[in-house]
Design a binder for this molecule. Structure first.
Ligand SMILES: [Zn+2]
Ligand SMILES: [Zn+2]
Length: 80
């Protein structure tokens, strides 16, 4: 039994996500996404797939990366 970092729910099937040196506890993937998933630097949606990282910023897709960083992201392949 552990308590969710986001909503405070105590749940027997809670799980941990380890990122670098910190550990986060969640009761659901929805809470985990809210806390852990990066936000697209262009459209602001949550990046829950592979996404694209350009110049230290995350984007949900190559299209968004190209809008913000047209030169850097010119050759970024779209995983989506
Ligand atoms: Zn929760
Ligand atoms: Zn986007």
């Amino acid at each position: 039994m552990a308590t969710c970092d986001v909503c405070g729910n105590e749940y027997v099937k809670s799980f941990e996500i380890h990122i670098e040196n910190s550990v986060h506890t969640f009761d659901s993937l929805e809470c985990a996404i809210q806390r852990v998933a990066p936000t697209c630097g262009n459209c602001g949606c949550r990046v829950v797939g592979h996404g694209v990282e350009v110049g230290g910023a995350f984007y949900c897709c190559a299209h968004c990366a190209r809008i913000v960083e047209p030169r850097v992201a010119a050759r970024v392949a779209d995983h989506a």
